[in-house]
Ligand binder design. Structure first.
Ligand code: PHE
Length: 428
């Protein structure tokens, strides 16, 4: 078997994890949700959800990976051999593989729109068809190549360049966006604390968004954490990831929403925001000076492409790690196998945007919550408390008071929170 790679430093861990976390959720969901569900008040709830609930779940998944230094299925086989808990391992490999099949389609749209930026001629948004297949194949192939290069030479290197780049790009776009006439309306939309908009919905959405944004419940944190050395403090890595993710979401909000308002339209969420509303906004920017529209839209679509790619890489790595360690494939072959499976699965979504929506809903509403729930129940109730303490406190070198609080949340509060998200899918 090939020698196991690991991340080279704390910064590398945080960059790779932030690469997974920062993605379409930050760009196309968070800004709209913040505006719709209470502005600054929603953002506050979101911050609480991220740090009080999502972070402990992140740690639960992280310690499963780091304790075993193994892929998701291998980890569960090591910790709870021949028990029902191994389902968590399988689920953790299946969910991301399904998700990446449509995530790479969005990646394909982004590549296409990046190219279209140069003419500012976006035409009508067409989410299906052969053109989409071509672009998403390119996106998927490049992502697989990066994964094939290895954890250190591929994923780590790519994330270390991409994450700082993403922050620079979004700040440039934000700076321009805030100078546009009428931008302040967008700032108000994002920030004005509107307590009348705070409802059970705001809480459930904030919670769901913080889960999705931190890539929980998909085996990603298990897999990436398995490349973290025993000396590294998991809590710091997790908090660093959550902080970068939050910061990027807020910056994306201020980059996008003021520009939308300045063009005199209402913001929306999802593919419509990025591939319909924004192209219109960029076109308007370009009416006085075409180069301004071209510059901002190409910067924006390269941002979306890179953000989606660092997430896609993390999704792919889960399956690849499994094939390399459990099936003893060479890394390159494992990437090829995953590429083919994902590409074939993607065909369904490429030719039917209805299926795309269904697969998205099924995976983010069911599979993801099931994975996160099993992970916290396993760590909170099945694993030996000493093992959990050992991982979270790095063998007693980290404050045990913090451990007690985290352990309490993992055991009692997090499972309820995950159930709330699950149920809210049906009733809200
Ligand atoms: N966390 C990513 C985001 O916010 C989404 C994602 C989902 C990434 C699944 C990887 C896996 O967009």
């Amino acid at each position: 078997m090939e020698k196991r790679d690991h991340f080279g430093s704390r910064a590398a861990v945080i960059m790779a994890m932030a690469g997974s976390a920062i993605g379409l959720g930050n760009i196309w969901r968070f800004p709209y949700m913040a505006g719709q569900y209470g502005g600054a008040a929603f953002i506050l709830i979101y911050i609480l959800c991220s740090f009080v609930l999502a972070l402990p779940i992140f740690l639960s998944e992280g310690l499963i990976g780091r304790k075993t230094h193994s892929n998701a299925i291998g980890a569960m086989n090591a910790l709870a051999p021949k028990s029902g808990w191994t389902i968590l391992g399988y689920l953790s490999v299946i969910t991301p593989t399904i998700i990446v099949s449509y995530y790479s389609i969005v990646g394909g749209w982004s590549v296409e729109y990046f190219l279209k930026s140069f003419s500012l001629n976006f035409g009508e948004f067409n989410p299906e068809g052969w053109g989409v297949l071509a672009f998403s194949t390119v996106f998927l192939a490049v992502s697989c190549l990066i994964v094939a290069l290895g954890v250190k030479d591929g994923i780590e290197k790519f994330s270390k360049i991409s994450i700082p780049l993403l922050f620079i790009l979004i700040v440039v776009i934000l700076a321009y966006s805030l100078t546009l006439p009428g931008a302040s309306q967008g700032v108000d939309y994002l920030l004005k604390p509107d307590f009348s908009k705070i409802s059970a919905k705001s809480f459930a959405f904030a919670l769901g968004q913080s889960f999705y944004s931190l890539s929980l419940g998909m085996g990603i944190i298990i897999t990436y954490s398995s490349y973290i050395s025993k000396d590294e403090n998991l809590l710091i890595s997790g908090a660093g990831t959550a902080l970068s993710d939050l910061l990027f979401a807020i910056l994306a909000g201020f980059a996008i929403i003021p520009a939308v308002f300045s063009a005199g339209i209402e913001p929306s969420a999802g593919p419509g925001l990025i591939f319909q509303t924004l192209p219109f906004v960029f076109g308007k920017m370009g009416t006085a000076h075409a180069w301004v529209g071209v510059a901002i839209s190409s910067l924006f679509f390269i941002t979306v492409t890179v953000a989606a790619m660092t997430s896609a890489i993390s999704l792919l790595e889960v399956g690849v790690a499994y094939l390399v360690e459990e099936k003893h494939l060479r890394r390159g072959w494992a990437c090829l196998v995953v590429f083919l499976i994902v590409w074939l699965l993607g065909l369904v979504s490429v030719f039917s945007s209805e299926m795309f929506g269904r697969i998205d809903a099924m995976s983010s509403n069911f599979l993801l919550t099931a994975g996160a729930l099993m992970a916290v129940l396993f760590v909170g109730w099945k694993m030996d408390e000493n093992d959990v303490r050992e991982e979270i406190t790095n063998g007693g070198r980290v404050n045990t008071g913090t451990f007690k609080i985290l352990y309490f949340i993992i055991r009692y509060i997090a499972p309820v929170a995950v159930l709330v998200i699950f149920v809210s899918n049906f009733v809200l």
